[in-house]
Design a binder for this molecule. Structure first.
Ligand SMILES: NC(=O)c1ccc[n+]([C@@H]2O[C@H](COP(=O)([O-])OP(=O)(O)OC[C@H]3O[C@@H](n4cnc5c(N)ncnc54)[C@H](O)[C@@H]3O)[C@@H](O)[C@H]2O)c1
Ligand SMILES: [Zn+2]
Length: 360
């Protein structure tokens, strides 16, 4: 499947196909990019997939420098960005060169940030290897490192020239990591596409079992949905808020538990449950719309209950994280599956009740 992301002069394609990592060199050559490339990855992903990507690039005539970064969030620091810049400079990359990110969202974020800033921005290619990175982080051009005072606080918009999604690599993900990525897929269905959500309901079992044909179709469908949002709102004006479904409460849940209790996807699953219930409390959605979301998340092994939840720290974290205009917290709510509505000024008591409802 090929998804075109139409952004004028910054347009690019997302190629979704099993085994496609072996064609990266050819695809890069088609874009007529300079000979020098740098492949950024962590040791674990490099061990699994690095060799075949390097071989593909070299076979297509590219000169490859590999840059090793730590696994996970530890990669997203100024020191690691500096390490990337150092390596790009010593390897002689110039403005025609390309940085490729092979890995999860963290590798994509730091490599993208290095590419965005090196010589005021050079070519960047995403080779996402987690489900979360494939359907979410690699698409849209947001790059960032963390600051001691907050995650993703330092960054730039820098669209990739190409995204190559190889769904087969999802089969080596640890189970918890895999399921967490599915939360973003479910999110896309709930707020953007009722037919896609129904497809998920139908294909739950083979999806959970990582059947390759189903993975490719579902991951490809989710890339298409995210791309359609980016095309209409590249820089996060209004529409891109839709991607925050489940995240307003989900982020707060993550932050208030020190990023230790839940993975991002698990927190977003709980956030979606709470926000679905909020929509029902406000009379925006009916019981069945809420129930379908909970059934889906539960069937995919994502949490729908947070038995010992402490409401106040979540509310405090949410106020700190607020992304709204004039400090108002905008909630993306789903009146029906496949539709969304941006709601401001939700009464605080209703928000508290929705979060508290996660206890049972
Ligand atoms: N830029 C954006 O728009 C955006 C969007 C969402 C999230 N993010 C960022 O993404 C990050 C989270 O990304 P993530 O969930 O992909 O995790 P991650 O990048 O933090 O870590 C992934 C882990 O899985 C391992 N791994 C990766 N692919 C594998 C594979 N195929 N098989 C086995 N192991 C594999 C890696 O070695 C690593 O340990 C956060 O830093 C978040 O801020 C960015
Ligand atoms: Zn998310």
């Amino acid at each position: 499947m090929i998804v075109e992301v139409n952004l004028g002069s910054r347009s690019y394609r997302i190629v979704v196909a099993s085994g496609e990592l072996q064609s990266v060199g050819q695809r890069l050559r088609d874009l007529r990019l300079g000979a020098r490339t740098a492949l950024v990855s962590d040791a674990a992903v490099m061990r699994l997939y690095g060799k075949s990507v390097v071989a593909s690039l070299e076979a297509a005539g590219f000169i490859v420098t590999t840059i090793d970064v730590p696994e996970g969030e530890a990669a997203k620091t100024l020191a690691i960005a500096q390490h990337c810049w150092d390596r790009l400079l010593t390897a002689g990359l110039d403005r025609t060169s390309t940085v490729l990110a092979l890995g999860g969202g963290a590798v994509g974020d730091v490599a993208g940030f290095a590419a965005a800033t090196y010589m005021r921005g050079i070519n960047f290619v995403q080779l996402p290897t987690t489900v979360l990175a494939q359907v979410d982080a690699s698409i849209g051009g947001k790059t960032a490192i963390d600051h001691p005072l907050g995650k993703n606080m330092i960054g730039a918009f820098h669209q990739p020239r190409l995204v190559v999604v190889d769904p087969a690599v999802a089969r080596t993900l640890p189970e918890r990591e895999f399921r967490s990525g599915l939360a973003e897929i479910v999110k896309h269905g709930i707020v953007l596409d009722a037919a896609y959500f129904a497809e998920l309901e139908r294909d739950l079992a083979p999806l959970a079992a990582r059947d390759l044909e189903v993975l490719e179709r579902i991951i490809g469908g989710s890339c298409r949905l995210k791309a359609s949002v980016i095309e209409r709102d590249e820089r996060e004006a209004e529409l891109r808020h839709v991607l925050n479904y489940g995240h307003t409460i989900g982020h707060a849940l993550e932050a208030s538990t020190g990023y230790a209790r839940y993975t991002h996807g698990e927190a977003v699953a709980l956030g979606m449950v709470a926000e679905a219930r909020l929509a029902r409390q406000l009379g925006i959605a009916d019981d069945e719309t809420t129930a379908r979301q909970e059934r889906m998340l539960d069937a995919l092994g994502l949490p729908v209950l947070a038995p010992a939840i402490d409401v106040e720290p979540v509310v405090t974290a949410m106020a700190r994280d607020k992304k709204g205009k004039d400090g108002r917290i905008p909630f993306v709510l789903a009146p029906r599956i496949g539709e969304f509505r941006l709601v401001y000024d939700v009464p605080a008591a209703q928000i508290r009740a929705a979060i508290a409802s996660l206890a049972s």
